[in-house]
Write a protein that binds this ligand. Structure first.
Ligand SMILES: Cc1cc2nc3c(=O)[nH]c(=O)nc-3n(C[C@H](O)[C@H](O)[C@H](O)COP(=O)(O)O)c2cc1C
Length: 432
């Protein structure tokens, strides 16, 4: 079995699977049960000055019967007394010496307040600290959370204050609510961060009740924008993580990937794009701690199948495969192919291609079935038909040989190469 142990900026963990700072890490009893279930690490629900939470605080977006495809919350940091949290952190750490116990922190922007909370968390036995520069609601209105993560200079200043007293590794958790994630990442590094965690939640309004006109989640008929997370945000998280991993200045900082992780496959994708650990919130709020069993087994089996002895061998293997668009190979040609045996004749690929793409599918109605075929010359290989097809593997994309040497957009612009004539649009299909 492949070795899953990792070390992120000096924090050791028996596996890369951590709970994110959120309701699943609210209490000592919960974190203990999570460690018993197999989680390698946990980031404690953010501690700081006590707050009061609203009662109604979560809402979600369902998609075709799939519950909580996107999840939204207007919850603040912990509303439990600081002393209670610190006592429970100490108790859990002494019982689970081999698990990574990181404490998430957020206080007002004063050097003294940050020094105090860092010392308190370390005295309680934290293996590391995570600075919450990402909470997008409530706390940010008071100059904390995302209000820090959105201004690289503030980010750097606070990391410097923290590093003045911290003896344990410091992770900085970034907000995705920025135009470009790289400047705050560079600032965190410049301040001395030992690692970067991302993403926190994305500003969102999940919907409005059409009878009452009240946005969700409804607090006495009103609402506030919240933070979006869960499966819907994974692509955004992967993009932001990889943007940092690819950056020449910040790319060597260890990364903890967060956002929509629910399976070992999700975790493997984050690791391939540079993450050392992954953190999970929504999937555990949905399915409970035991999902980690499948994640551990699945990742181990996957590494074995790739001939890798350690998860560390997987890390970053896809980072260089993400390039600027202008560097992509313009002579790479693929065309759609329909497996007529597998086709159920629904005609969806024809409609999608005809109305929404490149008019490259021919169709003929035959009773209650639609026979489809690819018009090779018109097909630009955009993938849409294979994406809408309800039958897995029925429409595949096949590579075609081209006579040209590979060129990219820059070279093409400079007249250094030629590209096959592009297909003609507006092909008219008549069924005979
Ligand atoms: C209800 C709720 C409360 C959260 N509270 C915190 C928090 O206190 N501190 C923090 O850093 N992130 C907090 N988060 C953000 C999560 O740690 C995580 O970054 C985000 O949910 C994305 O991961 P996911 O898609 O696995 O949920 C919270 C998320 C949710 C849903």
């Amino acid at each position: 079995m492949a070795d899953l142990a990792v070390d992120i900026g000096g924090i050791k963990s028996p596996n890369p699977f951590w709970l994110a700072s959120a309701p699943p890490t609210n209490t000592g009893d919960q974190v203990a049960r999570a460690f018993d279930a197999g989680w390698g690490g946990a980031v404690w629900k953010t501690i700081g000055e006590p707050v009061e939470n609203t009662f109604s605080r979560y809402s979600s977006v369902d998609l075709d019967g799939k519950r909580m495809m996107g999840f939204n919350n207007i919850e603040l940091i912990t509303d439990r007394p600081l002393a209670t949290n610190l006592a429970e952190i100490e108790a859990v750490k002494s019982r689970y010496p081999d698990n990574a116990l990181v404490v998430s922190l957020m206080v007002e922007s004063s050097q003294e307040a940050w020094h105090r909370i860092v010392r308190q968390a370390e005295d309680a036995g934290a293996d590391g600290l995570e600075l919450n520069f990402g909470c997008p609601h409530g706390m940010s209105e008071r100059g904390m959370g995302a209000a820090i993560g959105q201004v690289p200079e503030y980010c750097q200043n606070i990391v410097v204050w923290v590093k003045e007293v911290a003896t344990k590794p410091v992770l900085v958790k970034l907000t995705p609510n920025v135009a470009d994630i790289v400047p705050p990442a560079r600032a965190a590094k410049a301040g001395g961060a030992d690692g970067i965690s991302l993403i926190n939640t994305i500003n969102s309004v999940t919907g409005v009740d059409l009878d009452t006109f009240a946005p969700r989640p409804t607090v006495a008929g009103e609402s506030s924008h919240g933070g979006y997370c869960g499966p819907a945000v994974k692509p955004i998280a992967l993009h932001m993580l990889s943007a940092i991993a690819r950056d020449a200045e910040a790319g060597d900082v260890p990364l903890s990937g967060i956002g929509g992780v629910a399976t070992w496959q999700d975790a493997a994708e984050f690791i391939l794009l540079g993450a050392t650990t992954v953190q999970v919130c929504t999937a555990v709020m949905h399915w409970g701690y035991r999902i980690v069993e499948g994640m551990i087994d699945g990742l181990s089996g996957y590494l074995d199948s790739k001939g890798m002895a350690s998860v560390n061998e997987l890390r970053g293997k896809s980072v260089d495969r993400l390039k600027k668009w202008e560097n992509l190979d313009l002579n790479y040609v693929i065309k759609a192919k329909v497996d007529q045996e597998a086709c159920i004749g629904c005609g969806l690929c024809y409609i999608a291609c005809n109305d929404g793409a490149h008019q490259a599918i021919g169709a003929e109605r035959n009773g209650d079935r639609t026979k489809v075929w690819i018009i090779e010359d018109a097909c630009v290989g955009c993938n849409l038909c294979s994406l809408v097809c309800p039958v897995s593997g029925c429409i595949t994309m096949e590579q075609r040989d081209t006579d040209h040497d590979s060129i990219n957009w820059i070279e093409y612009g400079e007249g250094k190469g030629t590209i096959e004539p592009r297909p003609k649009h507006g092909v008219t299909i008549t069924a005979d």
